[in-house]
Design a protein around this ligand. Sequence first.
Ligand code: OXD
Ligand code: MN
Length: 632
Amino acid sequence: MTEKYDTLLKTKMSKASFEKLTALKNPKVMEFVGFFAEHCDPASIYVCDDSAEDTKYVRDQAVAQGEEEILAHPEQTIHWDGYGDQGRDKNNTRFMVAKENLANMKALNSIDYDKGYAEILEISKGIMKGKDAVVQFFSEGPTESPFTIPCIQFTDSWYVAHSEFILYRSAYTHFFKMPDAEKDKFYRFIHSAGELDDRNCTVHVDKRRIYMDTQNNIVYSMNNQYAGNSIGLKKHAMRLAINQSGKEGWLCEHMFVMAAIDEKKKRKTYFCGAYPSACGKTSTAMIPGEKIVGDDIAYFRSINGEFRAVNVEFGMFGIIKDVNAKDDPVIFENLMKNQEIIFSNVLIGPDNKPYWLGMGVEPPAEGRNHFGPWKKGVKDAKGKEVGIAHGNARYTMRLDYLDNIDKEGFEAKLGVKVEGILYGGRDSDTTVPVEESPNWRDGILLKAATLESETTSATLGAEGVREPSPMANLDFVSYPLGAYTINNIKFGESVENPPRIFSNNYFMKGPDGDFMTSKLAKKAWLHWAEGRIHGEYQALHTPTGMIPLYKDLKELFKTHLNEDFSEETYAYLFTFHCTKWIQKLERTKAFYAKMDPEAPKELFDYWDEAIAKIQAAKDKYGDEIKPGDYKG
Ligand code: OXD
Ligand code: MN
């Protein structure tokens, strides 16, 4: 059985690659690689271990095969995804689900298992013909730790392989050391960029499919390059892990991990945070003076009864738009250095340097971007003017280049003890900048499940529409939303001291429609939360939680930002809006009912009680309750 594909593999692999593979003595690895070697039929397959030579070889191949080009800083490269392959393809990303389970997975974009499997095998048959493929071994989270999820990636894209060496921990040795009993516990990712055009971009994006089998922990991704579609270890593994964690009672969340630092008190307090896109996630993780552990995905496990988290990744695949010297000095400075970075979908000027939207630098009037040769004013096939770079252009970079990395948390095999969780949404008129939840359960149901993001003039369609985004994790939740929400509640309640939960909203607008605080005010909100965790500040009650006292914020603004924070601004920002909150909870209820017809009644009962409480407050104190007026 194990030898089934040996003859074939020997024709496609060097002796060294074949030996690396067989040295693992892992029948499931051999079966996976053998099956797709035969089915996708690449000309050759290179097997990587954890050596520096292999990491270098993969980058060199990405350049030699034309998926990346070297820039003016020779350690930096540019990769372009096709014009129609610039973001996650939600429509063609589907869970393969057995017929009998299709009904309650409907809202999660599923496909009948047999139908999906037949379709993906058809699309992938011979898809790698004439191409060189690569096999890599990685770990989600640190290797050899209770958090580790081993993964294998088989791809014909050297850009994907290069990105993964930057973004994840290479784990060939971990596979090598796996005890026999665990040899079949790993995730498998098979990817092909498909046929490439003369710019080395995927041709058949109409046949782009990302099909996930959460029963067998395998993801098939075909005819794409954009990292959110192609990189198995990122959002595909995340969906598999969410599913697994639901069965096993832990959590995989779309969250950063950071440490708030109180220099004077010599305190380091770990926070995790979930924010829908464009709601302040990266800028919170990168607040000057604090430390970052990870910017995108966290696993939570109870370790000896403690709530502990790891950053799943080793690098960041960050949105580059608006990264500039003023707003994001640490990242900007790193992007300017001659160090290993893959830029994607930015403009490369005649000087062979990268330019992007919101860079704070005058861009050249011509160059090359995701559209091809570009000149100011150029229009695409639909007559739409092409900007200098795509709004979703990215940089791929190791996290440990950043001088604000928290090395201790980044390396910790047992993760860090999390003391605070932030859920940050975007609304211009309802939720306060920071509010603490009385307990874990209230936090999940009133802060996490109710998260919303309001459309802005920067997004397509109408402005001011609230889009529900429970836990900012909706795109990746891979089992019914009700059960996922219950698992969140249960997990926190199972540990001794669950983190305190806080909500954030950095986007409340003043009476004249402008923001009322500077962009860095988030540092004051964070340090209020940090102080609360350490028992430092009194709080005022609202129908949904606890808010700061004016005197404490005044001091926090002075100490951390050297800014004056006025009492009028405080009173405005921290006013409780009864009707708006009731509407928000009604939207949450309707959304849950739509997304998961089986969602447990206890969730709706909870929200109905919360609505009744707010209604009673409204009857007693009026629709708009000033801070301090509410007495419970
Ligand atoms: C995302 C990302 O799309 O992290 O969430 O890239
Ligand atoms: Mn993300």
